[in-house]
Design a protein around this ligand. Structure first.
Ligand code: CA
Length: 224
């Protein structure tokens, strides 16, 4: 794990936590150190503080993403969700808000690593009692009798992006960009409408979604 944090106390306590969990830890206190270490010793996981003394953590993410798809979990000390959204848009996998329990960081890291290992090729995904086959583009809801659910191309695009990133918070901008294109303005209303439709088709109780979750102000997350 490459652990990037300028707060010495936190850096030390997180190192202890990670090492106790069996990880080998490289430490960096600045963005410059982080990038140099990542190049010299490419990490399998990155824990990254957003507020670094020399450069913004988001800049570190953008640079890393230029050549690496390493899972990145962001530590954010700010209450403002804007920085987290920026970090997610830059390519972070998940975030933890300070103050946090060390176990929470471990859990997010494990989840991010597992998602990366599972990879992109999981054609069949269960959403409650519905089975979504991403390869055949079919949705079957368990019966009796079992029934097929029809989705529009836009619904498919949204659902597929969420399902291919199980557990990950996908930002609104990423959803809009990937579904409607780069130059489309962020349109939260359209997203809300489409998510509501998907929930009506897939969730056992659409008013109380259990699988297609809203993270207010941030985006959406598929909980497997
Ligand atoms: Ca900091």
């Amino acid at each position: 794990v490459l652990l990037v944090e300028d707060d010495r106390t936190l850096l030390t306590s997180l190192s202890i936590t990670l090492r106790a969990a069996g990880y080998r830890v490289d430490r960096a206190g600045t963005a410059a150190q982080a990038l140099a270490t990542a190049v010299a010793e490419p990490p399998d996981l990155v824990v990254l503080d957003l507020g670094l003394p020399d450069r913004d953590g988001g800049e570190v993410i953008r640079q890393l993403r230029g050549w690496s798809d390493v899972p990145i979990v962001v530590l954010s000390g700010r209450s403002d969700s804007g920085d987290k959204v920026t970090a997610l848009d830059a390519g972070a996998d998940d975030y933890v808000t300070k103050p946090f329990a060390p176990d929470e960081v471990l859990a997010r890291l494990r989840a991010a690593a597992r998602r990366r290992l599972e990879g992109e090729d999981r054609p069949r995904v269960a959403v409650g009692s519905a089975v979504v086959d991403l390869a055949a583009r079919t949705v079957t809801v368990a019966g009796p009798p079992s029934s097929a659910v029809r989705l529009t191309p836009t619904e498919w695009a949204l659902l597929e992006l969420l399902l291919r990133n199980p557990g990950r918070l996908v930002s609104r901008r990423e959803l809009v960009t990937r579904v409607w294109g780069e130059d489309h303005r962020e349109d939260s209303d359209a997203l809300r409408v489409y998510l509501a439709r998907l929930r009506r088709k897939l969730e056992p109780d659409p008013a109380r979604p259990r699988y297609l979750l809203t993270e207010p102000g941030m985006g959406y997350r598929f909980r497997p």
